[in-house]
Design a protein around this ligand. Structure first.
Ligand code: NI
Length: 135
């Protein structure tokens, strides 16, 4: 019996979507406003889902305090109020699209989970646009 526990989190961050080898006109054509050279921000909403078996002693799949602290250290402290392109090393050579941010978050959290657990990440870039990554 596998059960999913979920924790919501939030961060604000700025980004710019552009391909360094393209000129501004092509970046504007492909990415539109998201290619604005002066960057722009999003209020990202994150849902971290951890699936595993229930520990018969604690009744927990995972201690939510541990998950909360993990998200704080790996995501909120790392991304909140940051310029993702310029201040977060994972995006030095990786476009900080919602898709790539979700993959980076997954890769930062997964090593801290017990091996029998599976992880999936849902990341809202706007209330209507969101991505999911499950490895
Ligand atoms: Ni954007």
């Amino acid at each position: 019996m596998r059960v999913t526990v979920s924790r919501k989190a939030h961060f604000n961050a700025a980004h710019r979507l552009y391909v360094k080898s393209w000129d501004d006109a092509k970046n504007e054509a492909i990415f539109g406003k998201c290619s604005n050279p002066y960057f722009h921000g999003h209020n990202y909403e994150l849902i971290v889902n951890v699936t595993g078996t229930i520990d018969p002693v604690t009744g927990y799949v995972m201690d939510m305090k541990v998950l909360k602290d993990l998200i704080k250290v790996e995501v909120e402290d790392a991304f909140d109020h940051k310029n993702l392109n310029e201040q977060v090393p994972e995006f030095a050579d990786l476009i900080p699209s919602a898709e790539n941010i979700a993959v980076v978050i997954y890769n930062k959290i997964l090593p801290h989970l017990d091996e029998d657990k599976t992880l999936d990440i849902v990341l809202y870039e706007t209330p209507r646009n969101f991505v999911k990554y499950s490895g």
